[in-house]
Design a protein around this ligand. Structure first.
Ligand code: ATP
Ligand code: MG
Length: 228
């Protein structure tokens, strides 16, 4: 189970979660994307499949966990658990636990798209995740937020599970990777090109076909690491 998060909004967590889930499903085995961020990753990964019932309904006891996992029509082996709003402190841990238990029976790989905030079930999920990907953009603000996020979690965070992902606007920004590596043991750079802005594409399947080869290769390399 891989948790994708970050210490700042809009850094590319949902795009990376969807791209990784899509690639894992295509190349490595049945994969479930759980959208905990309010709908963005499920919107781009579900295709034309309805987004209801959502995680919100399940956590409020209005829908059965089994009904949450929808087969995406973008590729075989990709299941998506959509959500409408981010989880807040009011969540019921036992309901989430049930969702995760069912999730693990449905797929070999589970990717959790989690928003940037630090409350709600973050610590609960950090403990249970096998891998934690923290997505940051090449800005001082994003890296400073990441530093303070790590400081506040120093006692509970297993840093061996953590990989810092730098979502680069352009490929020629190598000094930012060095800055990130001064904070985390493992860092990767993903270049999100125009297809992943979703300006000319509608969903993650089209985006992964249209994106540049190095982007696709990097996402595949990351997926391979998660699957091993
Ligand atoms: N490197 C990039 N360059 C330009 N646009 C990008 C890049 N990465 C992501 N985007 C675009 O930026 C927007 C935000 O990306 P995304 O929704 O994945 O971020 P997020 O971290 O999940 O945001 P949130 O904190 O709101 O959940 C999207 O429209 C996405 O297509
Ligand atoms: Mg998001």
């Amino acid at each position: 189970m891989c948790l994708v998060s970050g210490s700042k909004g809009g850094t590319g967590k949902s795009v990376l979660s969807a791209a990784l889930s899509y690639t894992l499903a295509q190349r490595f085995g049945p994969t479930l994307l759980v959208d905990l961020g309010g709908g963005d990753s499920s919107l781009i990964a579900l295709g034309a499949v309805p987004a209801q019932p959502s995680l919100d309904d399940v956590l409020k006891g209005k829908a059965d966990p089994q009904s949450l996992f929808r087969e995406s029509n973008l590729t075989s082996g990709l299941l998506v658990a959509p959500s409408r709003s981010p989880l807040t402190d009011g969540f019921h841990p036992e309901k989430l636990e049930e969702v995760l238990r069912v999730a693990k029976t449905k797929a070999d790989y589970v990717v959790l798209d989690f928003p940037a905030y630090t409350h709600g079930p973050l610590d609960y999920l950090l403990e249970r995740a096998d891998d934690i990907l923290m997505v940051a953009t090449p800005t001082r603000l994003a890296l400073e937020r990441l530093r303070s996020w790590m400081e506040t979690r120093a006692a509970s965070l297993d840093t061996a599970k953590l990989t810092g992902i730098l979502n680069m606007y352009v490929t020629t920004m190598g000094s930012w990777k060095r800055a990130l590596l001064s904070m985390v043991e493992k860092a990767e750079v993903v270049y999100f090109d125009v297809a992943l802005w979703f300006t000319h594409t509608r969903n993650i399947a089209e985006a992964m076909i249209c994106c540049e080869k190095p982007t696709r290769e990097k996402v595949t390399e990351l997926a391979a690491k998660l699957s091993s």
